[in-house]
Design a protein around this ligand. Sequence first.
Ligand code: PBG
Length: 352
Amino acid sequence: MTHGQFPYSRPRRMRRNPLYRRLIAETRLSLDSLIMPYFVREGHGVREEIKSMPGQSRFSPDSFLDELEELVRLGIHAVLLFGIPNEKDEKAVQAWTKDGILQKTLRQVKRHFKDLLVITDLCLCAYMDHGHCGVLTEEGEIDNDRSLEILAQAALAQAEAGSDMIAPSDMMDGRVRFLREKLDQQGFRNLPILSYAAKYASSFYGPFRDAAHSALNCPAGGKIPSDRKSYQMDPANLNEALREIAMDIEEGADMVMVKPALAYLDVLREAANTFRFPLAVYSVSGEYAMIKAAAEKNLLDEKAAVYEIMTGFLRAGSTAIITYYAKEIAAWSHSESRAGFNLPADCEHRAR
Ligand code: PBG
């Protein structure tokens, strides 16, 4: 590494105007790295605002096609899909039947869009009456291995409906290998798995639980814990995250994820340094809601803050970013002069 000495070295020389700054920018936000999450529900003509996430909606399959039309036109080519079923039960039936909301929507989307990567979230929490991400034993504990069986069934249903990538978010042990084997056996050898490898038990999922009609606190009783700390990770741990990621890569994951994002940038950086592997980061509902709330109060410049945060994710080492801001960023980018953008246009004007 070369260090210069003042007054011969003056870092500010290269910051004097946007032309210098753009030339030496080490990270560039591109629409290619953004993945937009969506929630689909039953019904017709539904575009229902999600109160906890201003600007986001739940869509019925038909309205969702219109929404995607717009998204693709704006230049976003990857989505992460969540299903919100009308019925929940102890077998998570809607997660694996052919006509489950996610599977049904997926088939329609794949018929209409060729130029769109549809990643499907794989979990049981939205489909289970108790709201946990796995099956419960009589004693009220999460039965890891029996959960794997149901998850695999759901993964196959998603694969058959045309998923482009299966994204297990349940945090059961061994699921990547289990899913890989089942998918391969059924002929889905080329279907990639994006593993939520380091997923923390986080308070930042609050708005999502409202959006997906998923329990914020699962009903407690007997030994059933009301939180998800027996399977999602403890925010205190970094080494454990690296072990989780290593295991998932070993088990056959094609891409691994760190989630949430803002409070876990160290995990991201460490994972990027350690694994040299495609890495996604999920900037979750609570992070989105936080910035929206601050922007609504005019406490900060929303666009500038969002660019800064996204740049931070890239700088920390992520390959792809899952963010509820994806569509809005795409819309903003079109009002700007350059395709690769580091600063909002208005900031650039001020600088010039
Ligand atoms: C389902 C799932 C959750 C999120 C993604 N998949 C909720 C949870 O685990 O509690 C959170 C996404 C967000 O907050 O944006 N297991």
